[in-house]
Design a protein around this ligand. Sequence first.
Ligand code: PAF
Length: 295
Amino acid sequence: MLTVTTRAELRAELARARADAAVLGGGRLALVPTMGYLHEGHLTLVDEARRRADVVAMSVFVNPLQFAPQEDLARYPRDPDGDAEKARERGVDLLFMPDVAELYPHEPRVLVTPGALAERWEGAIRPGHFAGVLTVVAKLFHLLQPDVALFGQKDLQQATLVRAMVRDLDFPLDVVVVPTVREPDGLAMSSRNVYLSREERGQALVLSRALRRVEHAWRMGERQADTLREIGRDELGAQPQVSVDYFSLADLETLEPIFGTCDHGAAVMVAARVGRTRLIDNVILTPNTGHVTRS
Ligand code: PAF
């Protein structure tokens, strides 16, 4: 694995990789963008990248542009040596680990505007967050010019916005969204889980429990969005230490909330605070999610 920290080195190594690929006749490049502190969720993206490309690149960069001043930028967990080791073991070919001055040599004057998709859910609670995400993702796409980029489903609104940006701004690449990887007890993997105390970690399980209950009701044939929402909210209410920011059903394309029936499917999205830690999770209901018949 090659590790590069500057744009100049990156350009040189990419040119070399492309020349080699031309000789070998392959040459698809996959990018896994991350903020580091890698866990199995990120490494599963690497596995999927490997299936889809000849060269797998990963970026590790904690992007200050997507954190509001009161958020956890300073304490965001970092482990560059551990990340490099995990990336190497999992088969990443090229690791791009720039520092802030390298990626933002001056205060950016132009940002990507995410539009209406970013006005709800995370965007409503974290104003400016998605402009920061899309701006850095656009920069990474320009710098690495991947054929395919992989994102985790856990950050569903982010993945939906990246897809929309790629389509609307004609980035020549495919976006692949990979299902959330969970701990054996259901907790969605996240770098922020490290903030949770033992007790909070137990409390945090209510998020995946609520999603599972809604998924079960969907499998049993329930199609009323309000009923499904209530089922999830009831479960969350059983853990009053967890403060819920939202729990809702949303359209898979527009992320607008769904009222009435949801025969075509829905994203069930939750965000909550457990102690000082903010967690998000979701499940996607599709007509193929499965219909369980009672025996
Ligand atoms: O999901 C993340 O880790 C980040 O938001 C991303 C996509 C790497 C942009 O900083």
